[in-house]
Design a protein around this ligand. Structure first.
Ligand code: SAM
Length: 285
């Protein structure tokens, strides 16, 4: 029986690819910025891909969104103002808003089509987050925003596509320097930094660039099934060296006070996620 179903082939790497059966294509369009497709898959639920790269699936999105949000916010301990760059699917926004201590979130997304289409076809991710009175959604290039804003933030979360296409500017030294300037003392920047086993050069690249803007530039890890190739590295940058060294007991107290239920994040995982395997740490050079 020939397999008549169309398959989505991720084109992130030249020599390997992952493919997903597209049980149903829900949306496909070239926006002003990128190729957008949302489809249904029996294993991952609903899947968003941008310019040929898997971005988010309704089945495993909780891993990345919890780790990209609760680690910096609970490490900071007193974050009131959060800036999200990218994150069009709304998952980071949803997790950020679960912190009642956060009083304001600015989210800067370049492509309105991603927000609109994820709300329409993947509503379980953002839920009602965009309607929260604490949210200020700005549709523009994140690199432009951070250079022009006079606002200050306690945590910056860069939930961008990979350093190709519109996302490329979000991996530059200039961008990191602008982020360092808009962070309050003790502020923390985290960024999507790829899968070390397949994108190790991106570890070295962002480490060198973030080190020019922050006293501490390192990584922490999380295992996200749809970002295949082993665990993913999440960039960490701050001037507060202690922020990534909090004991699990301190984190556990803050987590309990926040009263948040999670499916991946735990205070123990938070305390341990900065421990990098030797091969990944070797890219920090
Ligand atoms: N979690 C995904 C990952 O790790 O690859 C990223 C998901 S999110 C959909 C990525 C978002 O970054 C997209 O909505 C894209 O439009 C946005 N983006 C890319 N370049 C941008 C830029 N220069 N400024 C603001 N948003 C940007």
């Amino acid at each position: 029986m020939t397999d008549k179903k169309p398959w989505f082939k991720e084109t992130l790497y030249p020599a390997i690819a992952q493919t997903y059966a597209m049980d149903k294509v829900l949306f496909r369009e070239r926006s002003a910025h990128q190729d957008l497709v949302i489809f249904e898959n029996a294993v991952y639920g609903r899947v968003l891909a941008l310019d040929g790269a898997i971005q988010v699936t309704t089945r495993d999105e909780f891993v990345y969104h919890e780790m990209m949000t609760h680690v910096p916010i609970l490490a900071h301990g007193k974050a009131k103002r959060v800036l999200i760059i990218g994150g069009g699917d709304g998952g980071i926004l949803r997790e950020t808003l679960r912190h009642k201590s956060v009083k304001h979130v600015t989210m800067v997304e370049i492509d309105r089509a991603v927000v609109d289409m994820c709300l329409k076809w993947m509503p379980s991710i953002a839920g009602k987050s965009f309607a929260d009175s604490r949210v200020n959604l700005v549709i523009t290039d994140g690199a432009k925003f951070v250079e022009e804003t006079t606002a200050k933030f306690d945590v910056v979360i860069v939930d961008s596509t990979d350093p190709i296409g519109p996302g490329e500017v979000l991996f530059t030294e200039r961008f990191y320097k602008a982020c360092a300037k808009l962070l309050t003392p003790g502020g923390i920047l985290v960024n999507q930094n790829g899968v070390p086993f397949l994108q190790g050069d991106e570890i070295t690249m962002t480490y060198r660039r973030r080190r020019k803007a922050f006293k501490v530039a390192s990584f922490y890890v999380a295992a996200i099934p749809s970002y295949y190739g082993g665990f993913m590295a999440l960039g960490w940058a701050t001037n507060d060296a202690k922020a990534s060294k909090l004991p699990a007991a301190t984190i556990a107290k803050r987590f309990a006070k926040a009263g948040i239920k999670t499916k991946y994040y735990t205070p123990e995982i938070h305390a341990g996620c900065f421990a990098l395997p030797a091969f990944a740490a070797a890219y920090i050079r």
